[in-house]
Write a new protein. Sequence first.
Length: 119
Amino acid sequence: MDRINDFIDLVVWKKSHELTLEIYKLTKIFPNEERFGLIQQMRRAAVSVPANIAEGFKRKGLKDKIHFYNIAQGSLQELRYYLILGRDLEYIKDSDNFRDLTDEIGKMLNGLIKSIGGR
């Protein structure tokens, strides 16, 4: 197994970065009236996931690491809601791929927390 020296080596960070890029692409097709509403909220929540993973990775204390990974989990759940809302507003045709990816990232975050000694 390769040694993890940087947050970009974490598979969960790579997946969450991929999700963020997909959210940016997806929201480009949303109605212009959502530019300062749902688009901004979705992008902010999406960016928060890999950003908090990156910040947590560098923290020295276990409690600090877990705190930032928990924020990433919260942002991921917030994004899941926005995806449901986007689907219900008929801005998103098929949200299943996003649900699969958010579920996978959530499980990976849980695994990361457990692997460093969290619950």
